[in-house]
Design a protein around this ligand. Structure first.
Ligand code: G3P
Ligand code: CA
Length: 243
């Protein structure tokens, strides 16, 4: 079972920052997940939410900020003990991960197509860097994945579903098949042994988010999950902090 560093080593460093990815690499992670958005002036950036929160606790939509404006915001201001961290661009994260990354799961946040054309733009960067064989694109937005599939017949695609959707595995499996997804990414609450088996019997890989205890990770491994997303790349106790 793969362990995927969810937003980098986000339990130990501000999520989705270059430090979080560097730390995950230091911990020995080879699989990574992060979330993609786009600034007002068209730069693809890595952040979880559609907005960033400034020191005054004001939510600022990424789509309403230029890259330069976004870079001035300290996204680590609520992470205890952290210095200033800015939102990295997609390309900076790819540079940081470099050759060591075996699997890079790019989750495109694009509900309601808030970032028109983001699929083509993402694909251009992936192709330019010759990363197609290491990238897995996922999204909660089915139409985004459909457009990606039309653009990239050989892309590995994972359909991400919310907890409530995966209560109906038959329906989501059919949706995954419709876009020739290779993976289904389901919420831990619905990752029962039965659901995992149904997904795998349909020929799909079953990835589970977000798994932050070793007990859950061991259980999911025993139940046949192919991967877990974890904020703790060392969740299985395989990594020891070097002195
Ligand atoms: O890709 C798995 C997981 O990251 C999906 O949920 O909200 O953490 O992006 P979220
Ligand atoms: Ca995510």
């Amino acid at each position: 079972m793969k362990i995927i560093a969810h937003r980098g080593a986000s339990a130990y460093a501000p999520e989705n920052t270059l430090d979080a990815f560097r730390l995950a690499l230091d911990m020995g992670a080879v699989n990574f997940e992060f979330d993609l958005h786009r600034t007002k002036d068209g730069v693809l950036v890595v952040n979880h939410n559609y907005y960033v929160v400034n020191r005054q606790e004001k939510k600022l939509p990424i789509a309403g900020l230029t890259f330069e404006e976004l870079r001035k915001i300290d996204v680590a201001c609520f992470f205890i003990g952290a210095d200033f961290h800015c939102v990295p661009s997609f390309e900076e994260v790819l540079d940081t991960l470099g050759e060591k990354a075996e699997l890079i799961n790019v989750e495109i946040k694009n509900d309601g197509n808030v970032y028109p054309g983001i699929e083509r733009q993402t694909l251009e960067i992936i192709r330019k860097r010759n990363l197609l064989n290491r990238i897995l694109v996922s999204s909660f937005d089915f139409d985004t994945l459909k457009r990606m599939r039309d653009l990239a017949p050989n892309m590995d695609i994972g359909l991400l579903v919310h907890g409530v959707q995966s209560i109906m595995p038959g329906r989501i499996i059919r949706k995954a098949e419709e876009i020739k997804a290779v993976n289904l990414h389901i919420h831990i609450k619905t990752a029962t042994a039965k659901n995992i088996a149904l997904i795998r019997e349909a020929g799909l890989h079953c990835y589970v988010y977000t798994v932050n205890s070793r007990k859950d990770a061991e259980r999911l491994k025993a139940d046949g999950a192919d991967a877990v997303f974890s904020n703790y790349p060392d969740i299985m106790g395989e990594w020891k902090l070097k002195p």
